[in-house]
Design a protein around this ligand. Structure first.
Ligand code: PAF
Length: 288
């Protein structure tokens, strides 16, 4: 474990400046970790920062609410923004630089290139939000080029996103190591997400059913049930038992893939997307 330096976290908005600072640190023999975020930081993000601070000499956190990954009917305008609070949290964790560029710094006038990652980006989240992964892949590649870090840290909550990023990095020979870190949960099991802030008190109390349904899948499996249709039925019954939860999909996927399985025969990711009131939440859990 590295000791956390007490340093003043600097906010940088220029792509050229941050590139030069990262390269200078690397020329000095230091490793640089990048934690890409859209801000409104919670304990899930901070666990990625802690991991980077522990493993790299210097940590950069990018805070950029990326417009291209939101569809026109989605929550780009209302997405929570809290730069001052975020920076003071990052300062406490020993973050070196916050990269908080303006939209025009990332997408210059006339920007017209989109990254299409292919089959891993098409089902599940890709089907529900067809413009989402092209927007994510484009901005993640741009962040990797602007902040040429040695390692980048992502959360397992966005399971499919982590596969999209791995595919992008492998296909385009991007010289960065991708690390995917465990989901951080509230005491009642709800996965940490900036979008949890949208939930009313009643919706918040219902939202933990997502986690309960994932745990139910795990217990049924442990009791010997391997038939996915049977487990899914029980999950849907639980999710329909109270309140205003509308399931988008429940998917049982071979670990490391987006391919659905019908029988659990090895490590399997149970992924769920559901609307709780008007808020769309995702979560997943590894079983098998
Ligand atoms: O996971 C997120 O917060 C975003 O999708 C990311 C990776 C920062 C790209 O905007």
């Amino acid at each position: 474990m590295r000791e956390i330096e007490t340093i003043a976290t600097r906010i940088e908005t220029s792509a050229q400046e941050i590139f030069a600072m990262v390269r200078a640190a690397q020329r000095n023999g230091e490793t640089v970790g990048l934690v890409p975020t859209m801000g409104a930081l919670h304990k899930g993000h901070l666990s990625l920062v802690d991991r980077s601070v522990a493993e790299c000499d210097k940590t950069v956190v990018s805070i950029f609410v990326n417009p291209t990954q939101f569809a026109p009917n989605e929550d780009l305008k209302s997405y929570p923004r809290a730069l001052d609070r975020d920076v003071s949290l990052l300062q406490e964790r020993g973050c070196w630089l916050v990269f908080a560029p303006a939209v025009e710094e990332v997408y210059r006038a006339g920007h017209d290139t989109t990254i299409d990652v292919g089959s891993v980006a098409k089902p599940w989240e890709g089907a529900a939000r067809p413009t989402h992964f092209p927007g994510v892949a484009t901005v993640v590649l741009k962040l990797f080029l602007m902040v040429p870090a040695d390692r980048a840290y992502f959360g397992q909550k966005d399971y499919q996103q982590s596969l999209v990023v791995r595919q992008l990095v492998a296909d385009l020979n991007v010289p960065i190591e991708i690390h995917v870190c465990p989901i951080v949960r509230e005491p009642d099991g709800l996965a940490m997400s900036s979008r949890n802030a949208y939930l009313s008190a009643e919706e918040r109390s219902q939202a933990c059913l997502l986690w309960q349904s994932l745990k139910l899948a795990e217990s049924l499996y442990i009791e010997g049930e391997t038939d996915v249709a049977t487990i899914k039925q029980a999950m849907v019954r639980l999710l329909g038992s109270i309140g205003d939860i509308r399931v988008d999909y429940i998917a049982f996927l071979g670990e490391g893939t987006v391919r659905p399985v019908e029988t659990i025969a090895g490590p399997t990711i149970v992924a769920i997307a559901a609307h709780v009131g008007r808020t769309r939440l995702i979560d997943n859990h590894r079983i098998g």
